[in-house]
Design a protein around this ligand. Structure first.
Ligand code: ZN
Ligand code: ZN
Length: 221
């Protein structure tokens, strides 16, 4: 009998100056990994990749606010990997020094960002694929990554960035933010995912699509 496809390995942890939720998604058989939103702490991320025995093949970003891209240049120079954003967020990456100054931080290092994240074009990690969903609103190029069986019991999992939080949604008062677009992205895109899908938000505790549909006061339908 053929063995079932092993689940992807997923771990999420806070990183960087504003506690951005960073995730490592790995195929432990193919020994490859991708990193989502490395806000900082490149050393810790590298330690985990070494412990997992995985090569980092790509760094992907839910959006390009400075607190989600802090460790990207270090990871890129260490691993020579592709670092990807949605092209509609490139202007924000160009504004990185302005973003950092607004939060009282020095000018950050820059990575070479590839604008290859496109709605409907999946990102592969070994035998697994993440669906890319363009969910504009928090920023014009915000995306969510959906892994159909990435949870600890094989549940679906979505990396939502700052679009959806437990009991809240992302702010829209920064460059290119759009409240109506954000609410549409949550209701018409994220809320079409299965109720049992685990939500890894850009900050704060994990939640699920079902819980947010029922209880999130910003987007209750
Ligand atoms: Zn943000
Ligand atoms: Zn954030």
């Amino acid at each position: 009998m053929p063995l079932p496809l092993p689940l992807a390995h997923v771990e999420s942890f806070e990183s960087g100056p504003l506690g951005c939720m960073c995730s490592i998604i790995a195929d432990l058989h193919a020994k490859t990994a991708i990193v989502v939103d490395p806000g900082g702490d490149a050393e810790y991320i590298n330690e985990r990749l070494t412990a997992l025995g995985c090569t980092l093949v790509q760094v992907i970003h839910t959006h390009t606010h400075f607190d989600h891209v802090g460790a990207t240049p270090e990871l890129q120079s260490a691993h020579k990997c592709i670092c990807a954003i949605h092209e509609a967020d490139r202007f924000l990456y160009d504004l990185l020094p302005v973003q950092a100054a607004m939060f009282g931080m020095g000018t950050p290092a820059r990575a070479e960002m590839d604008g290859s994240l496109v709605d409907g074009r999946p990102v592969a990690v070994g035998a697994h694929e993440l669906d890319v969903m363009h969910v504009p609103g928090h920023t014009p190029g915000s995306v969510a990554f959906f892994l159909p069986a990435g949870g600890p019991k094989g549940e679906p999992i979505v990396f939502a960035g700052d679009t959806l939080f437990q009991g809240s949604v992302g702010r829209t008062d920064l460059w290119g933010g759009d409240t109506n677009a954000l609410l549409t992205s949550v209701k018409k895109r994220l809320f079409t995912l299965p109720d049992n899908a685990i939500v890894v938000p850009g900050h704060g505790p994990l939640t699920s699509i079902g819980v947010e549909k029922r209880t999130n006061p910003f987007v209750r339908s």
